[in-house]
Design a binder for this molecule. Structure first.
Ligand SMILES: Cc1cc2nc3c(=O)[nH]c(=O)nc-3n(C[C@H](O)[C@H](O)[C@H](O)COP(=O)(O)OP(=O)(O)OC[C@H]3O[C@@H](n4cnc5c(N)ncnc54)[C@H](O)[C@@H]3O)c2cc1C
Length: 501
């Protein structure tokens, strides 16, 4: 029997119908197209993965499905490894082409992509991958990269996807039965209060409300854990799962900027979009950023992999209100602002002297917007492992007085401190026994005694760190690191700065 020829668009972290090169290429080709997403058990079981990510993906696919259904088209989501699904499909159809986006992911997805490519080659199936976010595959230096990013990605026209011309495939009922044999756990299929909902529709809603209204407080609220929740764009999970393309965000922003008087806030937001690609390119340049310090000399830091301090940090029970509130908020909502992310990492690695890898894994699970290319380079930077970034050790008590002076954020997430006056929230352990009684918060029973004496430990660990950072071995490798990961402008800045403050 002659099998019907089809193409496949394999969706991964590109869950949208706009500005989508694989989709546009499949439409151009003209063959019936199977739109496919695989909930891969191997990925769902990896340590960085959490139900919150797959729920977001499920919601995003449901959004696409609803919009396709209006046009009598559809996609298929299968709870199975992708190669197994492709093998099932070949029993029924002759696959001519598989289209997908390149993914700058963790090692397991990188290996999976290579395996799919190999499988396609062995089957005589063409496999075409398209770049996204301006990331250049295999690039080992940054000469000219920034210009290329602006010209070839951000300023280039968004890809038009003519959905009317898209011919999606309605699959054979026997294959459909195979596709539906392993249903997703119900916890993935039900909405969880407190989290952003997935989907291209929501992505554009968040973006529009940011441009129209919320951005006016962007700079002022960026570092505030409470105010940032509405004043930042909150586009991160949508960008991470590709519900909206970075190029479309940039282009709509530029169009808006040309008519807006508010350059102060919007230009700062614009620079974040540039940073996004800049960081993702780092992981593309060297996948080992996920597993090893960028400057290998820092393995000598010999930080703890686990233990009771890790547990206290991970559960938000360190006795430092801003650390605990940030961690608990993250657990309940999947989002916290940049400053508090940086503080959580610097507190774990510089104060508690915990190894960056379990810290990175724990946060990856909690961040709804887990984007490996931003996450690992940022964690390494905050943990001091690049050897060229300015060392920032955030004092959690200062963060309270500067960024939550009224204690609104802390009281929401650490209810044990509800009755404590805001003036005492930076250092609640200094409350007298009488105050503790008066404010219904006994330190040591209602709320933990702080794990460490911050000032003392921070000073000791700073010394420990700088001994290694200033060693000849650390400096020897610095120029090759800078060349690999930094733009020429950054190299100049970092070379000038390399002295201990
Ligand atoms: C230790 C650590 C880990 C992080 N891990 C992630 C992650 O896994 N995924 C993620 O999207 N962001 C990560 N960030 C960056 C940043 O905190 C978030 O992107 C931001 O808080 C998301 O909120 P927003 O969308 O409202 O950001 P906005 O301020 O509105 O910025 C718009 C977009 O720009 C990008 N962006 C913003 N800040 C940065 C930055 N510092 N570096 C690179 N890109 C940036 C994001 O895509 C963001 O959605 C991390 C930061 C730190 C310190």
């Amino acid at each position: 029997m002659v099998k019907q020829q089809i193409n496949i668009v394999w969706l991964k972290r590109d869950l949208r119908l706009r500005d989508h090169d694989p989709l546009a290429a499949a439409i151009d080709n003209g063959l019936p197209t199977l739109l496919l997403f695989c909930f891969e058990p191997s990925l769902m079981a990896c340590p960085e993965s959490d139900v919150r990510h797959w729920r977001f993906v499920f919601e995003s696919l449901a959004d696409l499905q609803n919009r396709l259904k209006i046009r009598e088209k559809q996609l298929y989501a299968v709870h199975q490894e992708v190669i197994t699904v492709l093998e099932w499909i070949t029993d029924f159809y002759q696959i001519q082409q598989v289209y997908s986006h390149e993914e700058v992911g963790i090692k397991i997805t990188f290996d999976r992509d290579k395996a799919v490519k190999k499988w396609c080659t062995e089957q005589g199936i063409a496999y075409q991958e398209f770049p996204q976010n301006g990331i250049i595959r295999g690039r080992k230096h940054r000469q000219g990269w920034l210009k290329l990013l602006e010209k070839s990605t951000f300023k280039a026209s968004a890809t038009k996807v003519d959905l009317e011309k898209l011919q999606t495939l309605s699959i054979d009922p026997v294959l459909l039965e195979k596709f539906t044999t392993a249903p997703l756990p119900s916890v993935i299929q039900s909405y969880q209060e407190g989290f952003q909902r997935g989907g291209e529709t929501y992505a554009w809603r968040y973006f529009q409300s940011f441009l129209q209204e919320r951005s006016k407080n962007y700079n002022r609220q960026l570092s505030k854990p409470a105010g940032s929740r509405t004043s930042c764009s909150r586009l991160s999970p949508y960008l991470a799962f590709g519900c909206i393309s970075a190029r479309e965000v940039m282009q709509h922003l530029d169009a808006h900027l040309s008519q807006s008087a508010d350059r102060w806030n919007l230009n700062n937001f614009r620079s974040r979009l540039w940073w996004r690609s800049h960081f993702i390119q780092k992981l593309e340049t060297d996948w080992r950023v996920e597993i090893a310090p960028i400057n290998p000399v820092f393995v000598q830091l010999d930080r703890q992999m686990d233990g009771p301090w890790f547990e206290a940090w991970a559960q938000g029970k360190t006795g430092f209100p801003m650390v605990d509130a940030s961690m608990r908020c993250l657990q309940a909502t999947g989002w916290i602002n940049f400053r508090m992310r940086a503080m959580l990492v610097s507190f774990a690695t510089f104060v508690l002297w915990l190894d960056w890898r379990p810290v990175a894994t724990h946060l990856a699970r909690l961040f709804l917007d887990f984007e490996p290319g931003i996450h690992y380079p940022q964690i390494q930077m905050q943990a001091g492992l690049t050897g060229y970034h300015t060392l920032r050790m955030y004092n959690p008590s200062t963060q309270v007085t500067k960024n939550d002076p009224d204690g609104i954020f802390i009281k929401k997430w650490v209810p044990e401190l509800q009755a404590v006056p805001s003036t005492l929230l930076a250092e609640p352990w200094k409350m007298t026994p009488m105050e503790q009684k008066f404010y219904h918060c006994s330190i040591g029973s209602d709320y933990p005694v702080p794990l460490v004496d911050f000032d003392k430990v921070a000073a000791q660990n700073k010394d420990r760190y700088w001994q290694i950072r200033q060693s000849p071995a650390a400096k020897q490798i610095l120029s090759s690191i800078l060349e690999k990961f930094c733009t020429p402008k950054e190299i100049k800045i970092h070379q000038q700065k390399e002295t201990r403050p």
